[in-house]
Design a protein around this ligand. Sequence first.
Ligand code: PLP
Length: 408
Amino acid sequence: MTLSTADQSRLERFWQHCVTNQYFNIGYPESADFDYSQLHRFLRFSINNCGDWNEYSNYLLNSFDFEKDVMTYFSELFNIALEDSWGYVTNGGTEGNMFGCYLGRELFPDGTLYYSKDTHYSVAKIVKLLRIKCRAVESLANGEIDYDDLMAKITADQERHPIIFANIGTTLRGAVDNIATIQQRLQQAGIARHDYYLHADAALSGMILPFVDHPQPFSFADGIDSICVSGHKMIGSPIPCGIVVAKRKNVARISVEVDYILAHDKTISGSRNGHTPLMMWAALRSHSFADWRQRIHHSLEKAQYAVDRFQAAGIDAWRNENSITVVFPCPSQWIAKKYCLAISGDTAHLITTPHHHDNLMIDALIDEVITELETDAWRFGGAHVKQEGHERRPSHSARETCPRFDVI
Ligand SMILES: *Cc1c(COP(=O)(O)O)cnc(C)c1O
């Protein structure tokens, strides 16, 4: 690579920026404490996993063997036999959600997709792209889907083939929709198991629940038809990625024969990243089940620590069971910006991902929120009144100008 001196120093500045901010993240659930240095040398190859890792491909630079190991791992984690499942390493949670919804729609072309209002915004793109009829369902106060409203809407729609989009850990409040309850309610309404599809969006918590003592239901044994997890969130990866696992019999419906690569393509994209399966493989091989348990336990403890500190100061912070997402009242825009927090309505959240080995950043953020509360006219709900000597802070309501993280 030949770069001009100016370009080289530009890269150098970006390098410094990345080094400085490597562990900045407390507002989004990305683990940053990974080390894939043993894989760096593979960046010199154009690795491409186009097609199905379970088949022969005449594109020799593929990492199919590693992808197979990754999928074996996740089929075990989510309680389905490898031969009954099929899935792949995706570009992230959104692609996994799209894959799940695609399978649901192929099974029930006229079915309506039901999702709670706390669902990740990607579902809005997905229903448009796939042209699925959809219905937003109310959420309960903790962010879980409102089961009564779900059933009321299914009944009102006279929907015989609902496609349920369940959250296993919502983005903003870490809430887990109870898929056992959903299925019970569907059964009570006379909708048989083979008449609905159940996709689980487990972008973050798919890598938490399998490792805790008392998880909410999340697996194929609990009745799901497909599940996706982001790879760059709890696991951690320099390139966004994820995994999706579905039932093999449903995937068979969407398989496309590609004669020139001698393979079947069942994935959403054509060419696929061949490096991320290597990363997922290395991450899963280098930590035992006990390591993951430990790592997740540590994050959950940090989350509880944050809740306790807020509450000790009289601030109404909380978290859902088995969640590393701590919800607290929206502070000023100044703090939200400084800590890159995601804000929704009048709440903010912090996420205790595993790279917070100590409490430094958690304490710094909580200290500032408490100080602001004590010294300012800051009120719960985010309204902010100008104070002299704080000219860097906005004089208007923080809520109006907070970087909003829209949920649909
Ligand atoms: C992050 C997230 C997604 C989207 O995942 P990407 O990997 O960013 O595409 C979907 N659903 C939930 C609940 C998420 O938290």
